[in-house]
Design a protein around this ligand. Structure first.
Ligand code: NAD
Length: 379
């Protein structure tokens, strides 16, 4: 391995439930022959990092989180064919490529998703990282653990992107943004001239709004309770906004669409809103659940309305995307000014990662992106 690549580097480590992120020198232990070492330029922060930090989602601690990394490839293993040093890449979730779902082209539903992404280790039980004193450090969060200056990922979850795109911006395409956009493009298959409602206007909901505009939906409604998010929705493609604290969203959607929406997506995870979303569909309409709820959360459906009006409801992970296809497509749309996801992003230095988490949780920042070096240098 090149002598330019340090054996230890800065990373944000979670040592206890609830945090904080602590910046430490960690050691790079190993890289397998099917893996890629990337110098991380920046990493987006998402709700899933928070629930892993808080062990609502039970990942082992201590751990390096971070799962929306972008960077430059420094080294590749001997069996890696499609990626070379110097490539610009986005890191995404890891799939096994061996199960039924992977073989059928649906890697987000990989039967081995949890061990590959949430076990804190490689599938063979080894680690790519250790703490500075050599003690155990869990890694491999979403197959990458990219809240650090370097990340070791499998070639399968390393997506090559064009070099003229602003690399430090691209990490969120690896999870939150591909979730909203992929739900619209891959699952709902929103059509030109159709109506679409995004219930929830965070990073995921607004990505769906941008994607609906990109594919030509002509009635795009954003529902939220935060006025600034509704204002932003209007700037990036929503034709209508509804503050559901101030007006009945079901009645208003029926009024705007002349009876109900053709397509809808919920990113709030709130059971009552999921019920409302289905109620506000037009006959033969389709709705998608994307928001995370506490396990065991139940939602009510009017079964007669659902049956008689041939409504459809589907759950979606990661936009059911094939990241090798969707992520470069979203980069192309961004470069063509048709997917302005930069409007959601605020940058933070690695030293300020706890501020990024706080601003995200308070709703001050839609999509924090943590720069690993306190400069603008992308490559
Ligand atoms: P977020 O918290 O920024 O977005 C949620 C939005 O819902 C906020 O804008 C909030 O104001 C709004 N909201 C809350 N209560 C509301 C109400 N009563 N009426 C209308 N709007 C309301 O989070 P995000 O980053 O956009 O992520 C959304 C969800 O998607 C999270 O639960 C996240 O864990 C999940 N997620 C799922 C996947 C997946 O693969 N399924 C991937 C990434 C994220």
């Amino acid at each position: 391995m090149s002598k330019n690549i340090p054996d230890s580097f800065n990373a944000a480590v979670i040592r206890q439930k609830g945090g904080p992120f602590e910046i430490e020198q960690v050691k790079r232990l190993s890289m397998n022959d099917d893996e890629v070492l990337a110098r991380v330029v920046a990493t987006g922060m998402c709700h899933t990092d928070m629930i892993a930090r808080d062990q609502v989602f039970p990942v082992p601690h201590p751990i390096v989180l971070g799962h929306e990394g972008s960077g430059v490839v420094e080294a590749v293993g001997s069996r890696v064919r499609n990626i070379v040093p110097g490539d610009h890449v986005v890191l995404t979730f890891l799939n096994c490529d061996e199960c039924h779902a992977c073989h059928e082209g649906h890697p987000a539903y990989c039967e081995n998703f949890n061990p590959h992404n949430f076990s804190g280790q490689r599938i063979d039980g080894t680690h790519a990282l250790a703490s500075g004193d050599g003690s155990k450090l869990n890694d491999r969060f979403f197959g990458q653990s990219s809240f650090g200056e370097y990340a070791v990922a499998n070639a399968r979850n390393v997506i090559k992107v064009r070099k003229d795109a602003p690399l430090e911006l691209l990490g969120p395409l690896g999870c939150g943004i591909q979730t909203g956009a992929g739900t619209v493009m891959n699952v709902l298959k929103v059509t030109p001239g159709s109506s679409f409602v995004a219930w929830g206007g965070g990073a995921v909901g607004l990505s769906a709004v941008m994607a609906a505009a990109a594919v030509g939906a002509t009635t795009i409604i954003s529902v939220d309770i935060v006025p600034s998010r509704l204002e932003l929705a209007k700037k990036i493609g929503a034709t209508h906004v509804i503050n559901s604290k101030e007006e009945d969203p079901v009645a208003r959607i029926r009024e705007i669409t002349g009876g109900g929406a053709q397509f809808a997506m919920d990113s709030t995870g709130i059971a009552q809103l999921v019920s409302n979303m289905v109620t506000a569909l037009r006959p033969r309409g389709t709705a998608a659940i994307v928001g995370a709820s506490n396990p065991g959360t139940m939602a009510e459906l009017d079964l007669t309305d659902f049956m008689q009006n041939c409504k459809n409801l589907v759950g979606v992970v990661e936009g059911d995307s094939v990241p090798d296809r969707l992520i470069p497509t979203l980069v192309d749309l961004f470069m063509a000014d048709k997917f302005p996801f930069d409007k959601l992003v605020k940058f933070y230095d690695l030293a300020d990662i706890n501020q990024a988490a706080e601003d995200s949780e308070k709703g001050i920042t839609l999509k924090p992106v943590v720069r690993m070096q306190p400069t603008n240098g992308a490559a």
